[in-house]
Design a protein around this ligand. Structure first.
Ligand code: APR
Ligand code: PHB
Length: 394
């Protein structure tokens, strides 16, 4: 094929997982190519979560892409849980002995990674269509794709599937070689972004009789709010006015009274899902991030779980190329999955504790009430919540 590129690591997907890995590998002199189906603007137009664990921010610093994050991101020492109209503070810093989280949008993380790849002359190929990995169990796997109508090929040692939940990588593994675990929740999150001052300096996760709500932010002039909605609701059903009224009804009265409203600049509904694919390796294809696992957004573990995969994969590849030591690659799936499942448990638990489940039997509802009450009263329980929220060690 005329357009053949040779590289060490062929990365499918130019989201945060793929870009972060290519940047880290580049700093160690390991060449990679990133193939992304969309344009850069399209990728940067997606609004996603914005709470980064310390492990993630450390990895951004190691990748040399933390300057703007450290200047513009907000350190949060805690967050609030509102239970039926009363706020309870979760002092992350105090409960963990000093750990905090950083509020900095995934869009900004991705923009910084794109800029860094560009500055170092990284190969990020946008609008790569019909991407297909081949010969996954051989020593010479390769990827084919089409660009501007031309057929192209990437020859590599390893392929990394960082192409999100709907990507081609996981689907290229024979069905009998993987097991998929999935839980779909009977509701979604309707989210809006608005150029208004955030209602509270910290995030508020609110449980109410009308359902869950979340007050989050991107900056002091940009707010992000969500309300739990039935799965069959459509964005068109929700005028801005209806959204603000519903949000207020789910918050404590004094918080609702302070809420600054304004036109939404983005509004979308996302279903909630827990999903894990095991193992995360097939031959010389390694899955990372959303390609291998999805969490419901309660607890903000999506991007952070992706980062821990990248941490393990990056170190395993460096050991392979620098020292000829492949034990990290051989244990990648097992190591990554151990942490993935802990983030799954936490996200499932936060979701279960804070949402209204339409068909819950009375007994389950009683347990849900008492579970939150227990967590808010017990210092030991809050310490466990805080330990997971700031992120378990890699
Ligand atoms: N070929 C090439 N690229 C593809 C293909 C394909 N067939 N399919 C998907 N992609 C691209 C998508 O366009 C997207 O840009 O792969 C990228 C995957 O990015 P993400 O979905 O952001 O996944 P990831 O990089 O693992 O980031 C995980 O993103 O979705 C959130 O909650 C998630 O915050 C977490 C983070
Ligand atoms: C967000 O700001 O979009 C956000 C924050 C915390 C979450 C989920 C989403 O748990």
């Amino acid at each position: 094929m005329a357009n053949t590129i040779k590289t060490k690591v062929g990365i499918i997907g130019g989201g945060p997982s793929g870009l972060l890995l290519s940047q880290l590998l580049d700093l160690k002199g390991i060449d990679s190519v990133v193939l992304e189906r969309r344009t850069r603007d399209y990728v940067l137009g997606r609004i996603r979560a914005g709470v980064l664990e310390q492990g993630f921010t450390d990895l951004m610093r190691e990748a040399g892409v933390a300057e703007r994050m450290d200047a513009e991101g907000e350190i949060h020492n805690g967050f609030e849980i509102s239970d039926m109209g009363r706020l309870h503070h979760i002092d992350l810093k105090g409960l963990t002995g000093g750990d905090t989280v950083m509020v900095y949008g995934q869009t900004e993380v991705t923009r910084d990674l794109y800029d860094a790849r560009e500055a170092r002359g990284g190969k990020v190929i946008h609008e790569a269509m019909d991407v297909q990995p081949h010969d996954l169990t051989s020593d010479a796997p390769y990827i084919t794709y089409t660009r501007d109508g031309e057929k192209c090929r990437v020859d590599c040692d390893f392929i990394v599937g960082a192409d999100g939940f709907h990507g081609v990588s996981r689907k290229s593994i024979p069905e009998d070689q993987i097991t998929e675990y999935e839980k779909v929740y009977p509701f979604g999150w309707l989210g809006i972004l608005s150029e208004t001052k955030p209602v509270h300096p910290e995030l508020i996760y609110a449980r109410s009789e009308r359902g869950f709500a979340l007050c989050s932010l991107r900056s002091q002039v940009l707010s992000r709010y969500y309300v739990q909605v039935p799965l069959d609701d459509k964005v068109e059903d929700w005028s801005d006015e209806r959204f603000w009224d519903e949000l207020k009804a789910r918050l404590p009265e004094d918080v609702a009274a302070k809420l600054e409203t304004g036109p939404s600049i983005e509004k979308s509904i996302a279903p909630l899902r827990s999903f894990v694919c095991e193992p995360m390796r097939y031959g010389n294809l390694f899955l990372a991030g959303d390609a291998a696992h999805i969490v419901p957004p309660t607890g903000a573990k999506g991007l952070n779980s992706a980062a821990s995969d990248i941490y393990y994969l990056y170190h395993a590849m460096v050991a392979h190329y620098d020292e000829g030591d492949s034990t990290g690659l051989d244990s990648y799936s097992e190591t990554a999955l151990r942490r993935v499942w802990k983030a799954q448990r936490f996200s499932w638990w936060m979701t279960s504790m804070l949402h209204n489940f339409p068909d819950n039997p009375d007994f389950d509802r009683k347990i849900q009430n008492i579970e939150l009450e227990y967590f808010l009263e017990s210092e030991a329980a809050r310490a466990s919540l805080a330990e997971n929220y700031v992120g378990l060690p890699f």
